[in-house]
Design a protein. Structure first.
Length: 148
């Protein structure tokens, strides 16, 4: 019986060795023919951590590539309509004067603060994390002007 166990162990270790060698060879073969730049690009991190209060390269690039502020209508149609068109989680519906009146009565600064900081189920800046304050203001003005 012990000779069967020895044979089994040899075959098992041979199999494990072959799997390990195959794994090493396959990863090495993938790099053959690639320049150092291509390898660097292939293994580069997928994202970056940006800490609040610090300048983030990605955010700066997004702002730099902008052609100026987008219109309130464009912001609404791209980001706000998902909730404000149907009233998700109590969001005032676009065009519903009754739903917007108490909010407008509190003043524009209150609307801006709620939009920028979030309120109830609405996250900060709604779903537009790249919107400037000016663009948020334009979206609020668009929604309130069309809900009178």
């Amino acid at each position: 019986m012990s000779s069967l166990i020895k044979i089994f162990h040899r075959k098992l270790f041979a199999l494990i060795g072959m799997v390990g060698l195959t794994t090493i060879m396959s990863s090495t073969v993938n790099a053959i023919g690639q320049s150092p730049e291509e390898i660097t690009a292939r293994i580069a991190p997928v994202g970056n951590v940006c800490i609040a209060g610090e300048e983030c390269e990605v955010a700066a690039a997004a702002v730099a590539s902008s052609d100026g502020p987008r219109s309130g209508e464009a912001i609404y149609n791209q980001f706000c309509t998902a909730c404000h068109s149907v009233g998700v989680a109590g969001a005032p519906k676009f065009g519903d004067a009754g739903a917007w009146a108490p909010r407008v009565a509190k003043g524009f600064d209150s609307l801006m603060s709620n939009a920028i900081n979030g309120l109830n189920a609405m996250p900060p800046r709604g779903t537009c994390t790249t919107c400037s304050d000016e663009e948020i203001q334009g979206a609020i003005e668009y929604m309130t002007e069309n809900s009178k």
